[in-house]
Ligand binder design. Structure first.
Ligand code: SF4
Ligand code: MG
Length: 283
């Protein structure tokens, strides 16, 4: 059985000291060990951005893709080899701007991939421009007078798109984050885990202290039921999206690959979907 150390390699991250991304890397390594996979059973696929480097820092199969395209690649990897545990990751610019078309369709498609967004509410690699997660009024090099666009409510969007596992965490809370990634990997479907990951170099507003002051843990909300989609939506709206924990899970929604016929006999029998063998043989 592997430990988190087995998921380390000898590549030294070149993130800025204090960047939230370090903790996310550690959480992925811990979660992978805790769910019982070994490095040869894990694939980490990333996009472009400071966050995109993560696939090179974990001892597993890894692919540093192109901007906004971690999800098409990750879904292809999973469909080609369903025995792999597949993690896709990238930043808020990567996933919620150029990659948004892929994100929303991956959510509704429900392929068994865990998508970890390292959300720093800014473009860090290109030295600090407004991202779709930046708040209105946020001043950057690209918006010197303050952003005139509102921030995207990604958790509400994921619920609306039919997300079967929607969670949010804070990079400082390694325990919760590790647990959510474990739950996401064990979930048989698409898991979206948005992680607030402070950019200490370029985002001087959404700092560690800001998140500590503004985030509400769902564990402190009495009777919160992560299987109640309406309550999840209401809670997000009441807290302006600034909650952490497992927001919503629907274990009943079948994964995409369990409905694709012709790959495995058990997939056919368990889903009661008839296969047109003649058609499939021609593929
Ligand atoms: Fe992290 Fe920001 Fe530095 Fe990029 S620029 S490594 S996001 S602190
Ligand atoms: Mg970003």
């Amino acid at each position: 059985m592997a430990t988190f150390k087995d998921f380390r390699n000898n590549v030294k991250p070149n993130w800025c000291p204090g960047c939230g991304d370090f903790s996310i890397q550690a959480a992925i390594q811990r979660a992978a060990a805790n769910v019982g996979v070994i490095p040869e059973e894990l694939a980490v696929v990333s996009g472009i951005g400071c966050s995109g480097r993560i696939s090179g820092y974990i001892n597993s199969y890894g692919l540093h893709g192109i901007h906004g395209r971690s999800l098409p690649i990750a879904q292809g990897v999973k469909m080609a080899n369903r025995e792999l545990t597949v993690i896709a990751s990238g930043g808020d610019g990567d996933g919620f701007a150029i990659g948004m078309g892929h994100t929303i369709h991956a959510i509704r498609r429900n392929i068994d991939v865990t998508y970890i967004v390292m959300d720093n509410q800014i473009y860090g690699l290109t030295k600090g421009q407004t991202s779709p997660r930046s708040e209105m009024g946020f001043k950057t090099k690209s918006t010197p007078a303050g952003s005139i666009e509102s921030s995207l409510s990604v958790m509400e969007m994921a619920l609306t798109a039919g997300g079967s596992f929607v969670a949010q965490s804070f990079s400082s809370d390694l325990k919760e984050l590790t647990s959510l990634i474990e739950q996401g990997i064990n979930h048989k479907g698409f898991s979206l885990i948005n992680v607030f990951s402070p950019c200490v170099t370029f985002n001087k507003v959404n700092t560690y202290d800001w998140f500590k002051e503004n985030l509400t843990s769902l564990s402190t909300i009495e009777d919160y039921d992560p299987h109640n989609r309406m309550q999840a939506m209401n809670t997000l709206m009441e807290h302006d999206g600034l909650v952490t924990g497992l927001i919503y899970q629907n274990k009943e929604k079948p994964s995409y690959e369990s409905l694709v016929t012709g790959f495995k006999d058990e997939a056919l029998s368990s889903q009661d979907i008839s296969l047109n063998q003649e058609q499939f043989d021609k593929l």
